[in-house]
Design a binder for this molecule. Sequence first.
Ligand code: HAX
Length: 443
Amino acid sequence: MSMLKETLYKKIEAHRPRTTRLLKEHSGTKVMDINIAQVIGGARGIKCLVTDISYLDPFEGIRFRGKTIPETFAALPKVPGSDYPYVEGFWYFLLTGDVPTKQQTLEVVDDFKTRRQIPHYVFDVLRAMPRDTHPMTLFSAAILSMQRESIFVKRYNEGMSKMDYWDPMYEDCTNLLAKLPSIGAYIYRMKYKADTHIAPNPDLDWGGNFAHQMGIGKPYDDVARMYFILHSDHESGNVSAHTTHLVASALSDCYYALSAGINGLAGPLHGLANQEVLRWTQNFMAQLGGEEFTKETVEKALWDTLKSGQVIPGYGHAVLRKTDPRYMAQREFCLKHLPDFPLFKLISTIFEVAPDVLKEHGKAKNPWPNVDAQSGVIQWYYGLTEWDFYTVLFGIGRAIGVLTNIIWDRALGYPIERPKSVTTTMLEEVAGIGTKEPAGAAK
Ligand code: HAX
């Protein structure tokens, strides 16, 4: 057994009694009350998911296993000659809560390399789809196509004990995660680089090999590592994490579950917002027709978007009530590496103007930028201008967090998810509203 798996096993054994005790001795203790706005409004703020992988404070932002983003980057072993850590070490950290040593990290680096070969039929599936298929559809289909590889399914069919579920889930998730960057790079080059491909480099780590297979030179390897870690996890309630958890709760394997989560990430209110930000900026520049932008023209364009009934992409958040620290981490990267890049200047001007516009507009509870407002500009700078690919980058990163979560779901025996629905009439009764319901309405 690898050091990582052994450490994880010990952590699971130590954690299980905590969950059992809560359920046995305190199952009747109330966590919160909920109101009608939450019931109708997308379960906003309802505390009904458990994860120890990350926690999102509205005013502080994300902490991975208790560490802020700068603390996480500082703590983990770095790739020699790079500013950012091995993603493999981050995977170890998310899974176990322990900061790995260099040796423990390198063991994971090697383990990933042995698992990264992609079955040839995945390429056949990708090539069979129309070339103008959205990259997220290709990515999701590639993941789903590998479902036949599931060790969990095989062991389940053999009659495995519930206590062992986490083990094949760990194997499946690691096998899948190890392949994702190469699948992403394949999709990218098939679609946008005349179907020319670059073989993996066995000397490179997960993030470095992604940059290599994309065909983008340094420091894009560090961009990839930073990007994947920043996008990995945002506690459990966001659409991609929740969907992955929900599907896995039916004991569907990780191929089914991650593919579903990726489909959720592909929505414009979630991960697709990063491509929408680029679409917005490019439309805006096209409208200016070569003229320099000013704060006034940016402000007018933002109002035009709002007045036409659309959202300002990259702004607002369901939980955060301040500028997303993931935005700030990427902004710092831009200030260091591309301070004079015109698109970065535009993104910075939007940052100066948009919060006041949104405040005056008076709807968004959070007028500040989220992760997606800043991420595309970095990709664009390094030559990745095909913005409909951006959410695949997000998806590769998001897989790290959601796969960690479903391994722990299996380890702690979380049950099939099944919240309860009510009818509108029932809510009206709760609210004390006397209504005449239309004939045939559900009671
Ligand atoms: N522009 C315009 N209106 C906005 C807005 C924005 N950026 N953000 C919120 N609003 C509006 C909502 O549409 C809603 O309007 P209605 O009352 O007419 O329905 C109102 O303000 C209240 O919404 P909220 O409570 O502040 O926000 P929600 O929790 O409902 O939604 C969203 C959160 C992130 C979906 C929302 O802020 C949004 O649509 N933002 C733009 C898209 C975006 O950037 N998405 C990425 C978010 C981060 C993420 O998940 N990345 O993957």
